[in-house]
Design a protein around this ligand. Structure first.
Ligand code: ZN
Ligand code: ZN
Length: 129
């Protein structure tokens, strides 16, 4: 899910149902709906569809000052693979500098031509651990 963050003040525009939540204190619902009817109501619109004159509710920065951020950065699966012939372990969090494999490359995303940096065994000789 994509979010947009104000580069100036750090305000995050969330196109989510952030208003109506369980556990609101009694009586606060009216205030919440009032807010919905005014400027906060725009929160239900995807950022891309906000009017061009929309500004950050916190610092009044224009939409241009917002940048997209990825929410919930997926933690790498970081499945480790063991080279059966030699015992080398391929760890996506380490990558393989010998073969210019960047950190974060899953074993399954390695090129088919990739071989064990220690013994040269092909990918077929690896098993997940
Ligand atoms: Zn702002
Ligand atoms: Zn090996």
């Amino acid at each position: 899910m994509k979010e947009w963050r104000c580069k100036k003040c750090g305000h995050v525009y969330e196109n989510m149902d952030t208003h109506i939540r369980d556990g609101l204190p009694n009586g606060s619902m009216l205030a919440t709906i009032d807010m919905l009817d005014t400027e906060e109501g725009l929160d239900d619109i995807p950022f891309e569809e906000l009017p061009t004159d929309w500004v950050c509710p916190v610092c009044q920065a224009s939409k241009d000052e917002f940048e997209a951020i990825e929410k919930e950065k997926k933690a790498p699966e970081s499945e480790k693979w063991l080279c059966n012939p030699c015992g080398y372990v391929y760890d996506p969090n380490i990558g393989d500098t010998d073969h210019d494999i960047p950190i974060g490359t899953e074993f399954n995303d390695l090129p088919d031509t990739w071989v064990c940096p220690l013994c040269g065994a092909p990918k077929e000789d690896f098993s997940v651990i």
